[in-house]
Design a protein around this ligand. Structure first.
Ligand code: NAD
Ligand code: UDP
Length: 345
């Protein structure tokens, strides 16, 4: 039977009984873990807590269906119970975070990816890989379709993430081509919502945090660069669709097609917070993509999937969370490690 999450996204019937979610204590991973457990699926989370937090799993912490293993996927770890689906979400995900740990990012998406594949192969489990729109780099084609090969600087600072994720896709595709693995690759475009870390430098939580504190929002460059933001519950529905589609490798874009400049995003955040934003401009990070919007025709065609949460609604829900739990989680004063002007970009 199909069910819905609180956004009204239809969740597919889940054919699996036992899942592994690497990165399950993170932002997207914890929402996915919760959805699986609510559907009665046993979940083993593998997470090194480099950016994940135990609090993210608070709603299901007491469930007998949840097991949490603290481990770096690049090192020794094992899962003793049965597994019929593996979601690989473990990876540094925000630009400042992967820029300060470049080797870790490359290792996670290569050595770690290999270990995750080994698990899926040994259990004959379907693997869903969380790839990224960053594989398109600073795209020369707009909007981005899955057959676009991308415009990535292989030695630029972002390459540790972009090329890491591209390598992970290549590794998976090689196993699938040999008939050794059943896997699906989803290319996730900017996703936001409750539980996204306020201190990891990504634009939505950073803008909301500053707006709530009455501080100027830091817009990098002239703010005319665009992104398309997908609410996390819509994204989770897409991940579950990919899991429930054996034999589909993709890659399949998952994201919202509503495209917005960072200046307009600042304005919308101001409206969601209820205070007109003040804006200051900071230098644009190296290789920051100019435009990004997914073409999601393939996801519609394969799964009938599309996001149902508009940006205003999603921002309001995220502001509510950041106002209550968010600021309490981050604590004050704010961790400034990853904010603009730190030189990390
Ligand atoms: P996140 O930082 O909240 O989650 C990543 C999780 O992986 C964290 O819990 C972290 O502790 C864990 N992790 C990192 N390296 C690990 C390792 N070596 N071993 C074990 N655990 C490790 O970020 P997120 O936004 O939830 O991203 C989840 C996945 O989705 C990532 O793979 C990311 O690349 C992908 N993605 C996210 C977005 C987005 O906009 N949020 C866009 C594209 C792709
Ligand atoms: N950005 C910004 N201010 C911030 C954080 C980010 O203007 O405080 C910009 C950033 O330069 C990029 C866009 O917002 O153009 C999205 O950045 P994010 O790090 O969230 O994601 P990504 O660059 O991976 O798309």
């Amino acid at each position: 039977m199909m069910s819905e999450n609180s956004s009204g996204s239809a969740l597919p019937e889940i054919p699996h009984r036992a899942a592994v979610v690497t990165g399950g204590a993170g932002f997207i991973g914890s929402h996915l873990t919760e959805a699986l457990i609510r559907a009665g699926v046993r979940v083993t989370v593998i997470d090194d807590f480099s950016s994940g937090r135990a609090e993210n799993l608070a709603a299901v912490a007491d469930s007998p269906l949840l097991t949490v293993v603290t481990a770096d996927i690049c090192r020794e770890w094992r899962v003793d119970s049965a597994v019929d689906v593996v979601f690989n979400l473990a990876s540094p995900a925000s630009p400042p975070r992967y820029l300060v740990r470049p080797q870790h990012t490359l290792r996670t998406n290569s050595q770690g990816m290999q270990r995750v594949i080994d698990l899926a192969v040994s259990r004959n489990a379907r693997l869903v890989q969380a790839s990224t729109s960053e594989v398109y780099g600073d795209p020369l084609r707009h909007p981005q379709t899955e057959d676009y090969w991308g415009n990535v600087n292989p030695i630029g600072p972002r390459s540790v993430y972009d090329e890491g994720k591209r390598f992970a896709e290549a590794l998976i595709a090689a196993y699938v081509r040999q008939g050794a693995l059943d896997a699906g690759i989803v290319r996730i475009f900017n996703t936001y919502g409750p539980r996204m870390r306020i201190d990891d430098g990504r634009v939505v939580p950073s803008f909301i945090d500053r707006a709530l504190r009455g501080e100027p929002l830091e817009v990098y460059g002239d703010g005319k660069q665009t992104r398309s933001f997908c609410f996390v519950e819509d994204l989770v529905a897409g991940l579950l669709e990919m899991a429930a589609a054996p034999g589909v490798l993709g890659p399949v874009n998952l994201g919202n097609v509503e495209e917005i400049t960072m200046v307009d995003l600042a304005r919308l955040v101001g409206e969601a917070v209820g205070r007109p934003p003040r804006v200051v401009h900071r230098p644009l990070p190296v290789d920051d993509p100019v435009r990004r919007r997914p073409d999601i025709s393939l996801a519609r065609e394969l799964f009938g999937w599309r996001p149902v949460t508009g940006l205003r609604t999603g921002l309001e829900r995220t502001v509510r969370w950041q106002r209550s739990a968010g600021l309490a989680v981050a604590g004050a004063p704010r961790d400034r490690e990853f904010t603009a002007g730190s030189g990390n970009h």
